[in-house]
Design a protein around this ligand. Structure first.
Ligand code: C2E
Ligand code: MG
Ligand code: MG
Length: 648
């Protein structure tokens, strides 16, 4: 009788079961790595159990068990063990080629492993007739066949192939994959050699469980797929999950939540409580339904993925999320409302990609036409998104082909009664030659990294126009976005353009909005001061909309404030607006700033604003924006003034 020691197998079985409990307890997010790991673990446990069964049945009760059952148990064991080797080999090949662009070899190797396994299975199935692997003598005693060790040979061949692929692709391997490649093959080879030398010490289960543990280390690195703070999946795992559902053509609903002004929560309640609130939000979302998968995709952005089960159910879930953010959240003693914007996208088999879904979510977040907390990315929003995309394509083309235009809107100087300055406004045409408003394409350019090119184009055009010297024009103001103040490039560009066209810096004014100032006041102040030293002056545009903050005017040297047309349009007929405008005019003059009134559309407003002491008037009443040539003619003709400026 063979004296086989089962201690290692039993020990390995216990470790395998612990790993399995740990796997299910942690609810790992879906990934190919996790599936491979689970498959390998299940095969390990099953083959160890079978091995124990084989040995016990052969040791104690061999004569009571029919030969076919012996054959069945042993054959199953042989099959399971090679399946396990194949799963591990495929897993390793996958992680080796994870960051390799050309994956032909990955597919070839996978086919090779599967082919070899199929051949081996044919050998196992035919074994009862051939006895190549093992056979049972008349006393039901296990006898090794001539090819008994072929499984080890195949495993050695797999290891060799994997090592070769790893060496060839070494520079593409991630740190954790390199670690697996450094440890797994040598350990497996060593243990296998030991097993071959001492066949009575059963080590197969041990080898397999060590393989699983090493795989777990690598798979744990996919904990990068988990957000450590909330335990939810992260952005990467959301992408993978969406991709998988799309490939399977299963319909789903995505609800995204972006917490707003969360920095205030951190300030009021401390970052520990802030973290606890984030955890609480994640926990609540992950318990929205048994089928939900919750992710934290940004610092204060969450996402849940739900199967689409019809409009009513989708609405119910969206409402539940929207309503939850209308109620207070409790962490310890602290209870507070968390303000949030929510977006919902439903996928019903459309030809979208995963990045489309993320784009739709971001688009819904940005979409400010609705004051609702939950914005659904519906047909209407989809149409807006498509229109924006078309405009963006046109914009890219226009930038490439330098087809943008700069128009000029004259500013009426109340003191001299002449048009001696202007605002430069960008124009773009669609394919039919129709003008597209900069109010539409400038925000798109800002969001899509095109604003720099647009600004440099405008800067060059304005300097060229000012430098042409044909007109009697004191200055032109140019609108700038926050992005331009991110680096010193602005200073260099402005300096170069002014020099190239021989324009005095005082003739170029820069219009910025308060949004620009709020981005990074310190850096802004530094850049503005540098440009002021060069001689440029700054206008504060659209004053009166958003968070008009007078302290900005104390911090930042602004030479002129442009009152927004939303104030001016109500001005002449509304007593309170009159009081406000007149007070502002007085205040800004006291602070040493000039004032432009934007959006002057009628005679009455023009008259009253002049009386109030506004320095410049800009609006359709005086002149609409016009192309360069028309503006040059307008200036040289200096049309008869709509009113005398005697009152100014
Ligand atoms: P803004 O700088 O406040 O420009 C004034 C806007 O008011 C212009 O719209 C102008 O056509 C419009 N406007 C002037 N007078 C009147 C009036 O009496 N009534 C009405 N209803 N509107 C009047 P436009 O040209 O559509 O520009 C919209 C915005 O796009 C600008 O607002 C500015 O923020 C931005 N923008 C335009 N060109 C550029 C540019 O070259 N660079 C950047 N960064 N932004 C630009
Ligand atoms: Mg402006
Ligand atoms: Mg404005």
């Amino acid at each position: 009788m063979i004296d086989w020691s089962l201690a290692t197998e039993v020990f390995s079985l216990v470790v395998g079961i612990i790993l399995l409990i740990n796997y299910y307890g942690k609810r790992w997010p879906y990934s190919r790595k996790s599936r491979f790991y689970l498959a390998s673990l299940l095969l390990t446990i099953a083959s160890i159990i079978l091995n124990i069964l084989c040995v016990r049945s052969l040791e104690n009760v061999a004569e009571y068990i029919p030969k076919w059952l012996h054959l069945l148990i042993n054959s199953s064991y042989f099959i399971l063990i090679l399946l396990m080797v194949t799963v591990v080999a495929c897993y390793l090949v996958e992680i080796i080629y994870e960051h390799v662009y050309e994956r032909v070899w990955m597919h070839r190797l996978r086919k090779l492993f599967i082919g070899v396994t199929a051949g081996y299975m044919a050998l196992v199935v035919s074994n009862p007739f051939t006895g190549f692997l093992f056979w049972f003598d008349g006393d039901n005693r296990y006898q090794r066949g001539p090819l008994n060790r072929i499984g080890y040979c195949l495993m050695a061949a797999d290891v060799a192939v994997i090592m070769a692929s790893a060496v060839l692709n070494w520079r593409h391997l991630s740190k954790s994959t390199r670690q697996v490649i450094r440890t797994l093959p040598p350990v497996v080879i060593l243990l296998t050699a030991f097993q071959l030398l001492y066949p009575d010490h059963l080590l197969n289960g041990g080898i397999m469980i060590i393989t699983d543990i090493i795989m777990l280390f690598n798979f744990q690195s996919s904990r990068i797929e988990l957000d450590s703070q909330t335990g939810l999946g992260n952005r990467g795992s959301l992408y993978r999950q969406i991709g998988r559902r799309m490939r399977q053509r299963s319909f789903f609903q995505v609800i995204a939540v972006s917490l707003t002004r969360f920095n205030l929560i951190n300030q009021y309640y401390g970052t520990d409580n802030g973290d606890a609130f984030l955890y609480e939000v994640g926990r609540w979302l992950s318990e929205l339904s048994p089928q939900v998968q919750a992710y934290r995709i940004g610092n204060v952005e969450f996402c849940v993925l739900l199967p689409y089960q019809g409009e009513t159910q989708a609405e119910r879930w969206a409402d539940a999320v929207g309503q939850r953010f209308g109620q207070p959240w409790q962490v310890g003693e602290v209870s507070t409302l968390l303000s949030a914007r929510c977006a919902e996208v439903v996928y019903r088999g459309e030809q979208w990609s995963c990045s489309n879904i993320i784009e739709f979510i971001n688009y819904s977040f940005r979409y400010n036409g609705s004051k609702e907390r939950m914005v659904r990315f519906d047909q209407r929003l989809f149409a807006c998104w498509e229109r924006d995309r078309q405009i963006l394509t046109l914009l890219r083309q226009a930038v490439r082909e330098k087809r943008l235009e700069i128009w000029y809107q004259p500013l009426y100087d109340c003191r001299s009664g002449r048009y001696n300055s202007a605002e430069a406004l960008m124009r773009m045409r669609d394919r039919d030659g129709k003008l597209i408003s900069p109010g539409v394409f400038i925000p798109l350019a800002e969001e899509n990294g095109l604003i720099d090119e647009l600004t440099w184009f405008a800067l060059e055009e304005v300097c060229r126009f000012l430098g042409s010297g044909k007109q009697d024009l004191e200055s032109v103001s140019l609108n700038m976005s926050a992005h331009q103040f991110a680096s010193n490039e602005l200073i260099v560009r402005i300096g170069n353009s002014l020099r190239r066209h021989q324009v005095r810096p005082e003739r170029l004014k820069i219009e910025i909005t308060e949004r620009v100032l709020s981005e990074d006041p310190e850096r802004m102040c530094r850049i503005i001061n540098q440009l002021r030293e060069m001689g440029l002056r700054f206008y504060l545009d659209d004053f009166g909309v958003g968070y008009s903050n007078l302290s900005n005017l104390l911090e930042i040297p602004i030479s002129c404030v442009k009152l927004d047309q939303s104030i001016i349009s109500r001005y002449p007929r509304d007593r309170r607006s009159c009081a406000m405008v007149e007070t502002m005019v007085h205040l800004f003059h006291q602070m040493g700033c000039h004032i432009v009134a934007e959006g002057v559309e009628d005679e009455l407003a023009a008259q009253k604003l002049r009386l109030a002491g506004v320095d410049w008037l800009q609006g359709f009443y005086y002149a609409k924006p016009m192309p360069e040539q028309a503006f040059a003619e307008f200036l040289s003709a200096q049309p008869s003034l709509p009113d005398s400026c005697g009152n100014c």
